[in-house]
Write a protein that binds this ligand. Structure first.
Ligand SMILES: NC(=O)c1ccc[n+]([C@@H]2O[C@H](COP(=O)([O-])OP(=O)(O)OC[C@H]3O[C@@H](n4cnc5c(N)ncnc54)[C@H](OP(=O)(O)O)[C@@H]3O)[C@@H](O)[C@H]2O)c1
Length: 214
């Protein structure tokens, strides 16, 4: 199964590191283009290849790891999904620039963490993501932890737990298999409308819960 990763920042690069540790191959793309990824792919190793967004988006399983505010523009330029698996690894948060006045915003309870919740008008992010990717079999995962821990699926003598949720049983089975091969301990939270809000940052009940299966 060909894997594409769109987004090569904190999240996309650490997913690629975890995938590469097991010798799996993936294409990785970002906004700046493949040339900008030469150092990253050199560091990670030969199984990860720099690609264009269109190339990565054409894989059998596509992991989307871009800022929430970039999603609409990104998805509007992608090819039709034709029932392929798309992993929503995003969270509906804005990252605040260090030392910006917004870091001192007393009305934002998350300012000290450098983030701000994006107002989704009462919807949860996976339902909006699903609308932006018609024809895709959407599974949400990779989003509930700090991205820096993801490159170590196996730690402290156990496996790091990753939650996943989705509406398509066969897509979830494929994603479960992938997470297991990478070395995580996958836990199925049910349908997107059930599991999505539970694992979504910043307010999901399971967000940032870093469980290790011993
Ligand atoms: N950081 C975390 O700990 C963490 C954990 C869980 C989930 N998440 C979620 O993961 C997503 C990415 O976060 P991040 O921390 O990895 O952000 P980041 O470090 O800022 O990286 C963002 C990546 O997205 C790419 N990008 C931006 N706009 C794009 C577009 N229109 N088309 C294609 N690529 C685009 C950027 O390309 P360039 O490199 O060319 O700028 C960059 O590679 C967010 O939704 C975030 O909420 C983050």
């Amino acid at each position: 199964m060909k894997i594409g990763i769109i987004g090569s920042g904190a999240l996309g690069s650490n997913i690629a590191r975890a995938i590469a540790k097991k010798g799996l191959s993936a294409l990785i793309a970002n906004k700046s283009g493949p040339a900008s990824l030469s150092n990253l792919v050199k560091e990670i190793g030969p199984s990860i290849t720099a690609a264009t967004i269109q190339e990565a988006a054409s894989a059998d399983l596509v992991i989307i790891a871009v800022p929430w505010e970039a999603l609409e523009e990104l998805t509007s330029q992608l090819p039709t999904w034709n029932n392929r698996i798309v992993i929503d690894a995003t969270n509906p948060v804005l990252f605040l620039a260090p030392n910006s006045p917004e870091r001192q915003d007393a009305t934002n309870p998350l300012a000290a963490y450098g983030i701000k919740a994006i107002d989704l008008g009462g919807r949860h992010s996976s339902s909006l993501f699903r609308d932006l990717t018609p024809g895709a079999r959407v599974v949400k995962t990779f989003n509930h932890l700090d991205a820096n821990v993801l490159s170590e699926p196996q730690i402290s003598g156990g496996q790091r737990t990753l939650f996943f949720a989705g509406d398509d049983v066969s897509a979830k089975a494929e994603v479960r298999k992938l997470l297991e091969v990478i070395g995580y301990f996958p836990v199925d939270l049910g349908a997107l409308d059930v599991g999505g809000p539970l694992m979504e940052l910043p307010f999901g009940a399971l967000a940032m819960n870093n469980f290790i299966k011993i």
